[in-house]
Ligand binder design. Structure first.
Ligand code: SF4
Length: 332
């Protein structure tokens, strides 16, 4: 029996950080055992917000792909591809745009939120409004059974389901409704205590080696109550402890919590133990990454092969879609 199919994607923002690893990638690696996985680098999506200054998308794609492969995404089990190399996504996006009422897109929570958060950019564009529609096309063109997402993305999948129902209602049952595969949210703070994010400049990257990691973690913000070594602290108020929760053994977490509350350890001791665990967790990633980073042609070959496989699936779906929408005729 074929395994259920899932699809998920990441924008080509460049090297991935530990928030990306623990919030999504780690889960994707595990999902490969159970699902027929399609993972895509969504380059068109990055243009929905960064059209005025797209940055080095080509180089960023390579960085993301190296991190994916170093983390353990396996091209012999999963289809790894670039969105824009499967132009059928754009065709399906266009066809869906014929049937989706504009208010459905305007009411997606992230539409107003991101316009507010990114107020320095003009996001009153057609492409930005249509971003969840393009995302729907990305998913349903592969007839994905489910989409692994965090809670913040769940409304987008709900919208995808509504769009599928509307499409199937007009044109017949072409698409299954994709389900949400909720990824448990782990809080991964950056070095300043805010959510880890490239744009905040507080990120620790997957490829950061021991020296860079020490340089970033040592000055990291801690519980402000611990002004002196002798002041007891509260691990629940400390972002370093959030990282212990994500990376350290239960034994080290208990050691850090007890030592913090009793002022039995200093923050530098606590951070040194954390760094050991982080480096142990990243050992395989660090061992594998140079194999790919030093052979960019091999990485591109993997992405091109994945894009070919993905395109073959997307083309079959588009034949069905065109037939259902009565625009199926001989093609030049
Ligand atoms: S001892 Fe550890 S948990 Fe406590 S404040 Fe310092 S760094 Fe944070």
């Amino acid at each position: 029996m074929p395994r259920p199919r899932i699809l998920s994607g990441m924008r080509p923002t460049g090297a991935l950080h530990l928030g990306n690893l623990m919030g999504a990638l780690d889960n994707w690696v595990r999902l490969q055992d159970q699902y027929d996985c399609f993972f895509t680098i969504v380059d068109w999506h990055s243009l929905t917000t960064d059209y005025a200054d797209p940055g080095p998308i080509r180089e960023n794609i390579l960085e993301v792909a190296c991190d994916w492969l170093a983390a353990g995404l396996d091209p012999s089990r999963s289809t790894l591809f670039i969105q824009s190399l499967v132009p059928e996504h754009a065709e399906l996006h266009l066809l869906l745009s014929m049937i989706v009422p504009v208010p459905w897109l305007e009411r997606v929570p992230s539409y107003k939120e991101q316009q507010h958060q990114l107020s320095e950019k003009d996001l009153s564009t057609y492409g930005f409004l249509g971003y969840p529609l393009l995302q729907t096309a990305d998913i349903i063109i592969y007839k994905a059974d489910a989409v692994p997402v965090g809670e913040d993305q769940a409304p987008h999948i709900e919208l995808s389901r509504e769009i599928v129902r509307r499409f199937n209602n007009f044109f017949g049952p072409v698409f299954p409704e994709p389900q949400t595969l909720l990824t448990e949210a782990k809080r991964i703070p950056g070095t300043d205590g805010r959510k880890m994010s490239k744009s905040y400049g507080n990120a620790v990257y997957m490829k950061d080696g021991p020296e860079i990691m020490r340089q970033k973690i040592k000055p990291m913000l801690t519980d402000p109550a611990r002004k002196r070594r002798t002041d007891p602290g509260d691990p629940d108020k400390c972002p370093v402890f959030d990282l212990h929760r994500a990376f350290s053994s239960a034994q080290s977490q208990a050691w850090a919590a007890e030592g913090c509350r009793t002022a039995g350890i200093g923050c530098l001791d606590c951070k040194a133990r954390l760094i050991e665990h982080m480096l142990a967790r990243l050992q395989d990633v660090h061992a594998r990454r140079p194999e790919f980073a030093e052979r960019p042609d091999t990485v591109w070959d993997i992405l091109l092969e994945g894009s070919r496989k993905a395109r073959a699936v997307a083309q079959v779906t588009m034949d069905e879609v065109r037939a259902a929408m009565k625009i199926s005729y001989p093609r030049p």
